[in-house]
Ligand binder design. Sequence first.
Ligand code: 9MR
Ligand code: 9MR
Length: 570
Amino acid sequence: MKTTMLTIALATLASGVQAQEVAIRRNQVGCYPEQEKVVVVEGVKPSAKISLTTPKGKVLKPKVTRTAVSPWSGKERQVIDLAKLTDTGIYKLSVGGQQCELRVSDRPYHDIATASLRLFYLIRSGIPIEQGGDYNRPLGHPDTHVLIHPSAATPQRPAATVISSPFGWYDAGDYNKYVVNSSFSIGLMFAAYEQLTDYFATLNTDIPESNNQTPDFLDEMMFNLKWLLTMQDPGDGGVYHKLTTPNFEGFVMPKDCHQQRYVVAKSVTATLDFAAVMADAARLFQPYNDYARFPQLATAAAEKAYQWAKEHPNAFYHQERLTDPAVSTGTYGDGNAKDEFFWAASALYRLTHKSYYLEEARQYQPSRFSIPSWGGVASLGAFEWMTDPQMTELRDPMVKQMMDYCEEAIKGVESSSFQSPFGNKPDDFGWGCLSEKCCCQAFVLLYADKLQGTSKYRRYALQNADYLLGRNATGYCYVTGFGDKSPMHPHHRISAADNVEAPFPGMLVGGPNPGQQDKSSGNLTYPSNYPDESYLDVEESYASNEIAINWNASSVAFLCWLDALATTLQ
Ligand code: 9MR
Ligand code: 9MR
């Protein structure tokens, strides 16, 4: 046996192909019949024999289409385009002695899309989780006794004043609640909601509010909006940057967390993100009697927040200045608030039609499109102009900028390692890249198609889904609970402490990150330094294997959109 293996290895080396194990990389979740079907195989020659058995038992002999060379590792991989496989069911693929299944169905993304949204229910704070099945848990973090930190003190609310700030989602693997990231997450999902309103109207995520008259999607957003409202100082309208313990808690369940929680310094970025998302919410909740008082409250809160931001344009968050106690948790620091001003002014103009906000939006408009991220929200402002027929003043430049971005994004796919727009540039990889670079990019491509009435970019968006769900350098399907090989040890405190073996389903992990910022504190050994292989499925790896609401917001925006395509593709 050993000799045979050695002989094969030597023969492979002599042929110039690197000695790689044979591995088939493919979308492990499933594809639409109409979707392009590409698999990428490592460790075989271009002449490899390939056989594909269809659900009806027919045997096909596809061929290698091209050889792709990784820009980082130099690894050669064979790209096989299986062309359109229009029968639904399970196909069996065999290459180089390896077999795998390919699933083709009319609704391939329904379960993963639903799980991505339902994840927000599972990470609600301040209530017991009673509809979570195996993941039920008692109440933790009631947040009814939160202290004003000295950095947030005013004469009306001096340091150590007790306030109540319950509910909202936990941010990520940690238990704190951050206004910047919370507002961004809802804003991104709202942008998807506005394009897919009919789809979300009937999507059931089995939550306590499922029986009311409001779509579950909006009920879930409201759970976090209720908390956000408590983060505004009623005195001056400024918004606290975050609600946090001084230091990160251990890997224990919420009910076992006992550190005092504080609201800390108000910041201009948190205040503007809050203003923007409240303005959007005021509009979107208008039709629903379940929350009849909310639109008026949210409108007033948004306008007051915007004024505070105008009066404090340099109030950036400086964690290093915090004392009594010092604070070491996540920062969401950002020293440029132009994009936040743009999003907030655009959202407020759309809500109120006041010319003041139009002038503000003009002043802060971006000069190029950038995909949405927690620290770069100009695109959320741009979407306000693109979506509403009444919003004409800045629409043309915003559309043009986005279309330029899309044309740039799809360049190079035909020679890429995994036949996808994501994953070809070094800066495609980093902390949270699967969200910020992969899902968000695909979301923008789908958005552009919808806006233009085309289907040009859909193919490329679906390629990013293939990448995310397994056609990539590590072979992971990066959403927990889906695919044959998915993360089992995310950096997520509840999943680590709940005594259930499987992590919560539907969580998108941050993904490959050559920065490896957790290497020394976690005492970690990464399997590789190549950007696309720098990933570790271990609990300590917060730089590559954490989960977060903004990341799941992007998988909701993207995967729900893919699921919604089911009705248009038939
Ligand atoms: O658990 C924390 C995670 O949520 C953060 O993203 C990360 C970076 O701020 O920090 C994690 O906490 C670690 C800390 O930074 C260093 N010591 C180990 C902590 C837990 O793994
Ligand atoms: O998503 C954030 C990423 O862009 C930053 O590079 C990183 C380090 O500052 O922090 C990430 O956000 C973390 C936050 O600070 C605390 N909760 C966990 C978040 C995800 O790791």
